[in-house]
Design a protein around this ligand. Structure first.
Ligand code: ADP
Ligand code: MG
Length: 388
């Protein structure tokens, strides 16, 4: 009888079980750290893999740094500086919001943080225990920013660690793809990726230049050839409120506006509800259907919602379908960013936030089909000619 009784799992086990669901693999770990650096306002981020990540991974940024009091709660579950109640979720613009990543990483790896808010030339190196409390603090020279280091990933989970070691090449490749996805879309941030082994000194794989447009990012990540025969698009899927809708208010405000609004607008923030654009569009870059034979780029397709890399299978499928109706031989290179009001989708679907619940997805898919076909239509005749 007693063996059947219902009782609570001990806290430490619960923590480990849940953490394993938040951080599925090395790529998720890297994604979480990269996103934290972006959320911290960094303009330069370096991801470093030692022994392809088997040994350790560091993510170094020049963001805001972490203040002494925040270091105490940094790695505790559901402690976040980005969200305080469920109601904030619909407006969330930061990559993170659940306060789970660092806490989970503590349970799955050895985590240390070196950080400085830039107030003094001395920062602090903090080592955390598996339950997210501080194990040690050591003052250390550090400029403004943060270095998060995770070593021995999955060390306490034999099955996962074995799989991880066995598939390290694939895991590493997945990480590179993920870093590329961010490097392509994020403007004004220098993102680079460095790999080092015991035998080889550091090699830089990805490096964006930090002030760049998406076009420039593509060139930095894949080389200038990547832009050959690539066309840009800006498909309006749902008409927004007429631009300049806020003009009336602007005029009224002009006397005391002092240009402050203009600065906020340039940031792309939608803080003022009245000014929120309800339009939906898909913008980005795609191979022209005419592009040369033998160059298939199915592994170079990147989809985003408001700049957040994610998987959108239905949208990805329709884009490829349309493309294949013009070019049966190849798959396109694709960088596509779906821009829409934050209230019309839900990122809180899967732990890694890559699966997204989209309102009116079917309508959007059909709109994309129509607009993309329109975009490619003139090339149909060209393509027929070039094939003849
Ligand atoms: P979340 O990103 O969902 O808030 P995390 O566990 O990833 O949860 O991070 C917890 C908190 O730690 C963040 O809200 C942020 O305040 C702080 N933090 C994490 N990484 C950094 C960083 N690189 N720079 C500055 N602050 C950071
Ligand atoms: Mg985070």
């Amino acid at each position: 009888m007693s063996s059947n009784s219902i009782r609570a799992i001990d806290k430490e086990s619960v923590h480990r079980i849940c953490s394993g669901q938040v951080v599925l693999d090395m790529a998720t770990a890297v994604k979480e750290l990269l996103e934290n650096s972006l959320d911290a306002g960094a303009t330069s981020i370096v991801v470093k893999f030692k022994q392809s990540g088997l040994d350790y991974i560091t993510v170094t940024d020049n963001g805001c740094g972490i203040s002494a009091p925040n270091l105490e709660t940094l790695a505790l579950k559901h402690y976040t500086s980005k969200l305080s109640s469920f109601n904030d979720l619909a407006q969330v613009r930061s990559f993170g919001f659940r306060g789970e990543a660092l806490s989970s990483l503590c349970a799955l790896a050895t985590l240390s943080v070196t950080t400085s808010t830039g107030d003094s030339p001395v920062g602090v190196l903090v080592e955390y225990t598996s339950d997210g409390t501080i194990q040690s603090k050591t003052p250390t020279p550090m400029t403004k920013g943060t270095i998060v280091k995770i070593s021995n990933l999955f060390e306490g989970m034999p099955v996962r660690r074995n799989e991880f070691v066995k598939n390290i090449k694939r895991e590493y490749t997945k990480c590179i793809g993920l870093i590329q996805a961010y490097a392509l879309i994020v403007p004004n941030v220098r993102i680079s990726c460095v790999s080092q082994t015991d035998k080889k000194s550091a090699v830089t794989y990805i490096a964006t230049s930090g002030n760049a447009s998406v076009r420039q990012n593509i060139i930095n990540v894949f080389g200038p050839k990547a832009m050959v025969d690539v066309v840009d698009f800006d498909l309006e899927l749902v008409k927004g409120q007429a631009k300049g809708d806020g003009d009336k208010d602007d005029k009224d405000d002009k006397s005391n506006g002092n240009g402050k609004d203009t600065v906020e607008d340039a940031d792309g923030d939608d803080e003022d509800e009245n000014e929120q654009d309800t339009g939906i569009s898909l913008t980005g870059y795609i191979s022209s259907p005419n592009f040369g034979k033998g160059r298939s780029a199915a592994d170079r397709q990147y989809l985003y919602i408001n700049g957040r890399p994610c998987v959108l299978p239905k949208i990805s499928r329709v884009i490829n379908e349309v493309y294949h109706s013009f070019n049966t031989n190849q798959s396109p290179f694709l960088v596509a960013n779906l821009i829409l009001p934050t209230a019309s989708y839900d990122v809180n679907v899967s732990p890694d936030k890559r699966t997204i619940f989209l309102h009116n997805e079917r309508m959007l898919v059909e709109e994309i089909r129509n607009k993309l076909t329109e975009l490619f239509e003139p090339s149909r005749s060209t393509f027929a000619v070039s094939e003849a």
